[in-house]
Every structure is written in C-alpha cells, then in structure tokens.
Design a protein around this ligand. Sequence first.
Ligand SMILES: [Zn+2]
Ligand SMILES: [Zn+2]
Length: 200
Amino acid sequence: MPRGRKVGSSKRIPGVDATCSTCARLLPSLAFRTRTVAGYMYLRSQCKECEKPAINAAIKRWHARNRDQWNAYKRGWASKNRDKTSATYARWFKTHPEYFTTEKYRSNHRNSQERRRARLEGAESTLTQQQWREIVEYFGGRCAYCLAPCSEPTQDHVTPIARGGSHTMDNIVPACSPCNTKKGDKLLARWLSVGIAGGY
Ligand SMILES: [Zn+2]
Ligand SMILES: [Zn+2]
C-alpha cells in the first residue's frame, strides 16, 4: 500500500487539502507530488518543499553513478546547441564574477588553453578536467619533478607537444611552474640527465 492519501480519482482534484507529514502544514493538493497506483492517485505524505532535499540528494547520487554517460550526453547536447550553450555560459559568468578568482577557474582555463594549443599543433587532445584532477591527486598535489607541494600545478607534457606528444592523460604530469619553464620543450630523458642534475 503506497504511502500518502487516497484521492480517489485518476485526475488531480484541486482544492483538496492535506497535511504534510514533515512540516505539519495543511496545504492544497497542488503542493504535493503524486503517484498513481491502479488508477488511483495518491498524494505523497511530504509536501514538495519538504521533499526537495531528498530529491536533490537522489539526483546527485544518480549523476555520481552515471557520470560518464551524463557527461557524454551533455557534451553531445552542447555541441548540437552551441548558441544556447554559449548564451547560458555568458549569463552565468555575468552573475558570478567571483568565479574568475577561484582555483577551479584558473585550472579549467589553463586546461582549455593547453587543449587549444595542442589542437592548433595538430596533436591529439582529449584530457578532461576530471582526468586532470585525478592526475594531480595521483601525484599527491606535488610537482612530478621536484616533488615540492604545489597548489596550482601546471600541465607538463612528458613528451612535449612540439616533439609529437599529445594532450592526453598518459602524457601529462603536474609540474610547478619553475620546473615546467625549465623543462620547456626538452624530452624527458634529456631534462632528467641535463636539466635537474646539471642545474638546468
Ligand atoms: Zn512539508
Ligand atoms: Zn617542480
């Protein structure tokens, strides 16, 4: 037997009041979600407002479980609706100027610049923000070369783009900006033998 109040019709009856089991307010039926079982409609015992946190949590759990499919769906939709997507972004950025001062923004911005640069040079470019976060986590937030803790590591291409490397998960490590600058376009073996040991 479903929770809730039997309304007695497959159509919603306006004006029927019910008491929310959580906030105890007497509210019109429109303030409740409903479910229909065997032709009968039942109001849920909680009003929509009281149900909200649980519903939001359930949505969050679903997205966490289905992250890859969901991201793929979003990317597909965005590429088919470029105008809408950029308008939405523009609106959001306008109302959230503080976003531009966050570490997340700087990290995203760096990655998109790197991706663009890699594409321009004809390199394969597939690193996602999620992958980059995983790489940074894997190195424990340290520079992969000098092992110094690094709060905002740069993306270093183990095989430089200029030497045929790709902007992909298997070719990127976090590096502090001094190490990244000093390594430059040197290949890893040369940088390790001449760079670190030879005082750059
Ligand atoms: Zn309520
Ligand atoms: Zn370093």
